[in-house]
Write a protein that binds this ligand. Sequence first.
Ligand code: NAD
Length: 278
Amino acid sequence: MIPTLTLNDGSRIPQLGFGTFLVPPDQTERIVSEALAVGYRHIDTAQAYRNERGVGVAVTASGIAREDLYLTSKVWNSRHKRDDVLRSFDVTLSKLGVDRLDLFLIHWPVPMLYDGDFVTTWKAMLELVDQGALTSAGVSNFEPAHLDRIVAETGRAPVVNQIEAHPYFPNAVARAASHGHGTVVEAWGPLGQGSILGDPAIAVVAEEVGRTSAQAILRWHIQRGDIIFPKSMRRDRMQENFEIFDFQLSPEQMAAIDALDHGPDGRVGADPNTFAVA
Ligand code: NAD
């Protein structure tokens, strides 16, 4: 049974989902269908991944009731103006084959574009919530100053901040800032996009609990209280990543993984303060 977390707007989200970054569009239907068959009910996609349509076909074909699924997408950096947010949201709904989305995120703040104005974008996300076709609005890759600004200017905090976080880059500062606004953290790249799996300290913990390194890392995230959606194109690994709720890490094992923090050098992705691809 996958636990759910309650967000600051009262809605609930499964703590484990399935990620689709770099899942090729022509394979997405098959891969997401496999993830749904394994038991995943929370799917994370994005306009930029170009695979929303495949996610939608898999979701429709599954026959799973809409209320039993949790779907997230993200507005891309080239669509931050109000009308582009609203228009592209409708395209996202149509590609996903649904008339309501659970969660829509601003993918990156891109503070170097749009004269530094991401508040307009946030207001457009809130408009979508107020109109009713979007249940929850969130952000991704927001640094503390970005969060402070949207909350100060609208009085409304995002339900989640989806940020890079894993043992080599736990992202403590952005995590703490998110929690300070009542915003739950979604940890993207929970396995460091695969880079952490060979770490000897992780192997020790994995051996102690009789699990794989991937399971030990994913369990560490769950016990920190973050939401995760590891990605794998292999069904055996989808299954492995799903089986993380029948064991626990001790405080010492949590601390051993906490100790792997490499600081800013541990990042596998871009720095949100300077990322400006649109
Ligand atoms: P991840 O940390 O989930 O790692 C994925 C890679 O790890 C896979 O390609 C696979 O090679 C390997 N892997 C997965 N399970 C494994 C297992 N059990 N054993 C061995 N190897 C395994 O990286 P990710 O896909 O980048 O992140 C997860 C999701 O987060 C994405 O799919 C996407 O939905 C989201 N994401 C969001 C952003 C953002 O900017 N908001 C950026 C990157 C990813």
